[in-house]
Write a protein that binds this ligand. Sequence first.
Ligand SMILES: Nc1nc2c(ncn2[C@@H]2O[C@H](COP(=O)(O)OP(=O)(O)OP(=O)(O)O)[C@@H](O)[C@H]2O)c(=O)[nH]1
Ligand SMILES: [Mg+2]
Length: 210
Amino acid sequence: MAGSDIPVNGTPALGSSGAAIQGTSAPDTVKILIAGGFGVGKTTMVGSVSEIVPLRTEERLTCASLGIDDLQGLAGKTATTVALDFGRITIGRDLVLYLFGTPGQQRFWFMWNDLAIGALGAVVLLDVRRPESSFAAIDFFERRGIPFVVGVNGFHGQHPYTPEEIRESLALPEGTQVLLCDARERESSRDVLIALLDELIAASAKASAS
Ligand SMILES: Nc1nc2c(ncn2[C@@H]2O[C@H](COP(=O)(O)OP(=O)(O)OP(=O)(O)O)[C@@H](O)[C@H]2O)c(=O)[nH]1
Ligand SMILES: [Mg+2]
């Protein structure tokens, strides 16, 4: 992990965005999950957008996973997340997002409850070729009332469906944001996070108005 400025007990260390060192107030920090099914590009997204070298907990996929992990369409995949990914991105001068990528394989889903503690929102990433692999993730956040946006990772840069078609086919609640993206591209991943932030701000404004 690229080290010294990793938060301890949820508090950003001095200098994580520079604000504390300059004597101004510390930045706000927000915990975001990057979730979704097996091999949809979660680790790739955290890595593309993080401004620190991300922490990864990946293990090699070996023949022991044959018959357990469905690698259809994932010919180049050699490793899988067994605990979490961790990255960080600073938005503007006073907002730091801590990004936690979840493990995708069903046998590790028990960790999602712990990873979700304190999370304000989530990106549910899906592989446009296998959207069903992220159904459980959508269900997870819907049940807990955690705001989320859907990032559609067009593997090989292909987006055969419009956001509206995807929203309908997933029967997502009205207003759920669906964004076409490329998890390998920093700007594309950042745009998905900004859409989620807009969602969180709107949810917070709605809550204070009621
Ligand atoms: N062509 C292409 N490959 C991608 C894209 N996103 C991810 N990959 C590749 O697909 C494989 C799976 O990506 P990961 O980021 O490991 O997916 P993951 O969701 O973290 O996987 P798990 O942790 O095992 O659930 C890797 O080999 C990536 O390099 C994409 O948009 N296009
Ligand atoms: Mg991963």
